[in-house]
Design a protein around this ligand. Structure first.
Ligand code: NI
Length: 165
């Protein structure tokens, strides 16, 4: 791992946000320390999810911190999906803006946890949205590239700002 604490938030434009990230291959103490700090920064920055490219690392790794859920995903792959739903979405790396983003309503995802164990898990609702958003980051795709037909990605008035992913 090349970074040292504290991790810095990368905002667009930045090449690291647009690259395909490398799979995590080594699940060791360094990775767990990185994940711990990503959890901390995610909460500090008022996010509900944070992907490694957002702290400058092209690694297929993300954390989710949302309503009592707190877990890390590495090397995620979507196995199946159902339904579609549009909702307002923002991103820590696209500060102050949001737009209507179309996502699958429910997804089944295979990933590795921070111990390297393979997990298959079903997500729905907002958690499904967050997992799709973070998985997109690991392929170099931002939510502003997933807008619902006719939607635009626009500045959000400050008093309306919500949690970002
Ligand atoms: Ni994001």
């Amino acid at each position: 791992m090349k970074t040292r604490p504290p991790l810095q938030l990368v905002t667009d434009p930045a090449a690291v946000l647009h690259h395909h990230s490398e799979p995590v291959k080594v699940f060791d103490g360094d990775l767990r320390r990185l994940v711990d700090e990503m959890f901390e920064r995610c909460v500090e920055w008022h996010g509900v999810g944070l992907a490694a490219p957002q702290v400058g690392l092209n690694l297929q790794l993300a954390v989710v911190v949302y309503e009592g859920h707190r877990f890390a995903i590495a090397n995620p792959r979507r196995l199946s999906e159902a339904g579609e739903v549009d909702a307002q979405e923002g991103c820590l790396s696209l500060p102050g803006k949001a737009g209507l983003v179309r996502r699958f309503e429910a997804v089944r995802v295979r990933y590795r946890n921070l111990h390297g164990k393979g997990v298959v898990r079903d997500f729905d609702g907002w958690l499904a949205r967050i997992v799709q958003h973070e998985s997109d980051h690991l392929q170099g795709t931002l939510c502003s590239q997933r807008l619902a037909p006719g939607a635009t990605f626009d500045p959000v008035p400050e008093d309306e700002e919500e949690e970002d992913e």
